[in-house]
Design a protein around this ligand. Structure first.
Ligand SMILES: Nc1ncnc2c1ncn2[C@@H]1O[C@H](COP(=O)(O)OP(=O)(O)OP(=O)(O)O)[C@@H](O)[C@H]1O
Length: 856
């Protein structure tokens, strides 16, 4: 390789016209490019003149210039006519830098020998020192390593020094794995599993195999989402200049256009809102393809046929919201509203609650409230098993609050317990998790403290359970059995389901299902009984299904209070919920297209229409269906918000151990990068800064409302540091709005959060040199809270949200979209296939809704 630009041909560094040229063919003909030639003859004006090769490749591109006259005097023209495109092309800055990828052999190591140090210095200087000919890089007779030393102390920029350091690290890691492969996976000598796993047949046979196995393991279970944020010192400028490498994982997930729109939403690139945006109202990312349209049409055709067949079955507006499975419990319609109770004092209480909670204006809410109130007032001994159903926003939580008020006003608050399957759902209604209400612990073998359970339930007559759709049949059975146990000293009660406690279920089966087990209306288990003998779990699930069928009083709330300000959106949501979204095919007269209606809210389309509107979403949470996307968005957003607050993002590492011993260094670094899905949200490297929004991932203190799903803001972090400068948090002080307590010495509403231990099972740890089936992790139970999953969003009312329909599954689409109060509060992260909104609820769900007499 000869330096053509240098008059001296003795030193060879960079360029041979025969190498490194790219041929591209477009409508203007064929073009031969060489990035090195472009660099050597880069414009003589700033910012190009003093640019190093690495940045030139990352930040600039070449464009054809038709106006020849303009080009002659342009500050972006190539500096010499020796460049073949001096008269046709100009150099310009990319709107977003790219990550230069080095082709060919890897950089030599700086450490191995004098020879390699010289080779290393030559490569590094060529990449990170501005040059046009070899003499710019070193003086004649000077060694490359000396030239590098001089440049390092005089002119090397800290950003470049960091990149060089990372490149060196990469080379060393590759070398180390090659030289010491066995050491890397050396089994623990005292490990009883050693003999078995040290078997040569089971161990990879060569360094390369080991390396490949580890790489495969990493690509399967690890992510760089947070690890790459290490000690980011961020001001807005750093953020804006962009770091292509940081977003590569997110870009892979959502695409460049979406990232651009996101950044525009964060306010940093509104100036180029009109560039890079395709002129299409169908938005960014994968555009609607012919295949999508074909699928969509097929779906609509099937729907049309079904609609014709089902015409007579169509939903008829009920005259009363009440459905009866068995005998009516009470017929509110025939009883004057407050005549159900005799006591005038009690009546007055009811009247005041009805008025305070504005229940008169909502017939169904009133009916639900009075059904419970009448049961309480009459001390009715018959067990109340009632279901209040209602789509998101119809006021189920509102009814719960009204019932709680009733128990408070009659001084019977202790006889009512409120529970929900998740911590965040429980907090929203001022309750507890159902698991904690029955002392159910994660360790299945642990013995239940029955006397404590009995104490907890002594005097409890009513239980309200919210978000019933998330409860599994198996758990419902467990709950009933636990309450029977709790009532053990009362033979009559302990023989009844739920120990005779009156239960009011609230929820919407069209929202999220239990994460793992079958829902309470599952028909699948029963149908499989023909082929197999049920195990303990199936029997328990069948029992749960049977118990659910005992619910005899059903009330459906129909008036949507959350979306009252945008009735068109409310109507769209009711269609979406039952899989009856409209398309031009389904109603050619009205020509309504729900898909197009939603597409108008794509981030890229909002940006194109009105870039200013995007700014309204600056602090809106992201709701997504996948944890990998959640983590990548959180990394990006944490970085951005840190830059807004002029803070530094630091990583706080977990302390990991295997069989009570710290995990050895090589393996620890891999474990720290494990994806959140594989470590139960106990992050190996947790990014934090003061002022950061975080979400608690454990139920820490129910009384103080610090539970899984609670959001707060980091106020202070106390930590230890190891010799490598890694931080390990010992406590984080979090501000949780409105929890209303004060610990001595701390400000109001500040809670200290300490690291907790999470046991993480994993069957292939041996691949990364750990002879165990699980490891233990000590880490703060926190994750960034700029983006969260649909499961964490259920039950929330938000003014604005950015949702990702594309990553949602099943009913998740409906849950996400029904969080906001109007269409204008909604932004959609990226394109999604039409099938996401045209899907119908499953057959078993439709059957259950029909059985209960609910809208379907
Ligand atoms: N009768 C009412 N009068 C005034 N506001 C109401 C009434 N009912 C409900 N709301 C308001 O409407 C909004 C939605 O109600 P709520 O959160 O109770 O709905 P939900 O059915 O529990 O929703 P989700 O299923 O999503 O949890 C809340 O802001 C609530 O205060």
């Amino acid at each position: 390789m000869e330096d053509k630009a240098s008059s001296s041909g003795s030193e060879t560094i960079a360029y041979d016209e025969g190498d490194d040229v790219y041929v591209s063919v477009d409508q203007d003909g064929a073009r031969v490019d060489s990035q090195v030639l472009d660099y050597i003859y880069r414009p003589s004006y700033e910012p190009y003149a003093s640019m190093v090769l690495y940045d030139f490749v990352a930040r600039t591109t070449k464009m054809k210039e038709k106006n020849k006259e303009k080009l002659v005097n342009s500050t972006q023209a190539f500096s010499s006519w020796k460049h073949p495109q001096r008269g046709t092309h100009r150099v310009c800055m990319r709107s977003k830098p790219v990550l230069p990828v080095m082709l060919g052999p890897s950089l030599p190591s700086k450490k191995n020998s004098n020879e390699t140090i010289d080779a290393w210095a030559k490569h590094v200087l060529a990449l990170f020192k501005p040059w046009r000919c070899v003499h710019d890089l070193k003086a004649g007779g000077q060694s490359w390593s000396n030239a590098y030393d001089v440049y390092e102390s005089a002119g090397l920029r800290s950003r470049h020094a960091k990149i060089i350091q990372n490149m060196q690290l990469l080379t060393e890691c590759a070398d180390a794995r090659f030289i010491h492969p066995k050491a890397f996976v050396a089994p623990d000598q005292s490990d009883p599993l050693e003999t078995k796993n040290n078997n040569d047949e089971e161990m990879p046979s060569s360094a390369q195999d080991v390396d490949e196995d580890i790489q495969q393991w990493k690509s399967k279970f690890c992510s760089d989402a947070f690890a790459r944020l290490e000690d980011r010192s961020l001001d807005a400028r750093d953020y804006n200049t962009g770091n292509g490498e940081e977003d590569s994982e997110l870009k892979g997930l959502v695409g460049r256009d979406v990232l651009d729109a996101l950044e525009a939403c964060m306010g940093d690139s509104l100036h180029d809102a009109n560039c890079n945006v395709e002129d299409s109202d169908m938005g960014d990312g994968p555009q609607v393809t012919h295949q999508d349209i074909a699928i969509h049409n097929a779906i609509m055709q099937r729907k049309r046929k079904r609609a014709l067949a089902d015409e007579h079955d169509d939903f008829v507006e009920p005259t009363s919201s009440r459905r009866r499975i068995d005998e009516p419990f009470v017929d509110i319609g025939t009883v004057p509203i407050y005549a159900a109770t005799k006591s005038s004092a009690y009546e007055r209480i009811l009247v005041s609650i009805v008025s305070e909670m504005n229940l008169e204006n909502n017939k169904e809410q009133l009916e639900a409230f009075l059904t419970v109130a009448k049961h309480v007032g009459e001390r009715d001994p018959d067990q109340l098993l009632m279901f209040v159903s209602g789509v998101g926003g119809t006021g189920k939580s509102h009814v719960i609050r009204s019932i709680v008020k009733l128990f408070e006003r009659i001084n019977r608050r202790k006889s009512l317990l409120i529970g929900a399957p998740t911590g965040s759902a429980a907090i929203l209604i001022g309750g507890s998790t159902l698991h904690s209400l029955i002392l159910e612990c994660p360790n299945a073998d642990a013995k239940k403290n029955v006397s404590k359970l009995a104490r907890m339930w002594r005097g409890v007559l009513y239980l309200i359970i919210d978000e019933v759709s998330m409860i599994s049949a198996k758990f419902l059975s467990k709950l009933s059995e636990a309450l029977k146990q709790a009532m053990g000293d009362n033979p009559k009660k302990s023989s009844q389901i739920f120990g005779g406690v009156h239960v009011v279920f609230m929820g919407d089966f069209c929202q999220l299902k239990p994460a793992i087990d079958k829902p309470v209306f599952s028909s699948e288990i029963a149908s499989r009984l023909v082929d197999f003998t049920p195990g303990e779990d199936e029997i328990s699930a069948l029992n749960g299904i049977f118990i659910w069928r005992q619910v005899s009083c059903v009330i459906e709330l129909v008036k949507n209070c959350r979306h009252a300000e945008d009735m068109a959106y409310a109507e769209f949501l009711s269609r979406l919920r039952i899989g009856k979204c409209l398309s031009p095919n389904s109603d050619p007269v009205a020509n309504t297209d729900d898909y197009r209606y939603l597409m108008s809210r794509l981030l890229t389309n909002i940006r194109k229409r009105d870039p200013e509107e995007l700014k309204l979403f600056l602090d809106a949470p992201f709701i997504v269906g996948l944890k990998s996307l959640r983590d990548n968005l959180n990394a990006k957003l944490a970085t951005f918000h840190a830059s807004r607050l002029k803070k530094v993002v630091h990583l706080y590492f977990s302390r990991d151990s295997v069989k009570r011993r710290p995990v050895p260094a090589g393996s620890a670094e891999i474990l720290w990068k494990m994806q959140s899905t594989h470590v139960r949200d106990a992050l190996g490297c947790l990014p934090l800064f003061e002022g950061m929004k975080v979400m608690v991932t454990e139920n820490i203190a129910f009384d103080s409302k610090v539970v899984n799903g609670t959001e707060g803001v980091v106020k202070k972090i106390v930590y230890d540091e190891d010799e490598a400068g890694r931080r390990y948090a010992t406590v984080a002080y979090i501000h949780v709005e409105g929890i209303g307590f004060q610990i001595e010495g701390l400000e109001k509403d500040i809670v200290p959060i300490f690291p907790v231990r999470t046991s993480i099972p994993h069957h292939t740890l041996h691949t990364i040199g750990l002879q165990a089936k699980s490891f233990a992790r000590w880490q703060l139970p926190l994750v960034p809270a700029y983006a969260y999953t649909d499961y964490k969003s259920q039950g929330r009312t938000l003014k604005r949200a950015i949702v990702d329909i594309s990553s949602s599954k099943g009913q998740g689409v409906y849950v996400m979209l029904s969080r906001v109060t109007s269409l204008s509060g909604l932004a959609i992260l990226r394109w999604f296939p039409p099938s996401k909104i045209y899907q119908r609820p499953s057959a078993e769900l439709r059957e259950e809704l029909a059985r209960l007499g609910l809208r379907c």
